[in-house]
Design a protein around this ligand. Structure first.
Ligand SMILES: [Zn+2]
Length: 154
């Protein structure tokens, strides 16, 4: 797939409202990696928009590193798509600001139809305190979750 075709596939995949079709030819390993990177960046940007929304506080953040995300279907209390992700961000315009690890949960998949249900800092990235683990999430394997049950589980 060319870069343009991959971008189009990614766009279609994330704007589809229904069944998401696989590409006509299977993605190569390299294309798969790029897709994951794009998806993780999109999640981190969603989290950042949420944090920077004046309705959610005065602090303004900038993205440091989109880390990872995991999409799953929760049947609790009804079937819906959930994504859990981690990303790193720090306060804008503050050279002394420490990099924080954030947890993001969104419900839904299509841009504009998804809803942020949790977006919170877990603490300084790389710190023992931020390595909070799964905290009851039975779907994710490498994503750190908030200590309290503030997120939707399987
Ligand atoms: Zn999870």
């Amino acid at each position: 797939m060319t870069d343009e075709e991959l971008d189009k596939y990614f766009h279609d995949k994330y704007t589809a409202r229904g069944i998401i079709h696989e590409p006509p030819t299977p993605l190569s390993d390299k294309e798969r990696v790029r897709m994951h990177e794009k998806a993780n960046l999109r999640l981190a940007e969603t989290g950042l928009s949420y944090l920077n929304d004046p309705a959610n506080g005065d602090a303004k953040y900038e993205l440091v590193n989109p880390i990872a995300g995991r999409f799953f279907i929760s049947c609790n209390p009804r079937p819906r798509g959930i994504t859990h992700s981690n990303f790193e961000a720090k306060l804008k315009n503050d050279p002394e600001a420490e990099v924080q690890l954030f947890f993001l949960e969104i419900v839904g998949k299509a841009p504009g139809l998804e809803k942020v249900t949790c977006c919170c800092s877990l603490g300084r990235s790389g710190s023992k305190a931020a390595a909070t683990g799964l905290h009851g999430c039975r779907v994710c394997s490498k994503i750190n979750h908030p200590k309290r049950m503030r997120f939707i589980t399987h």
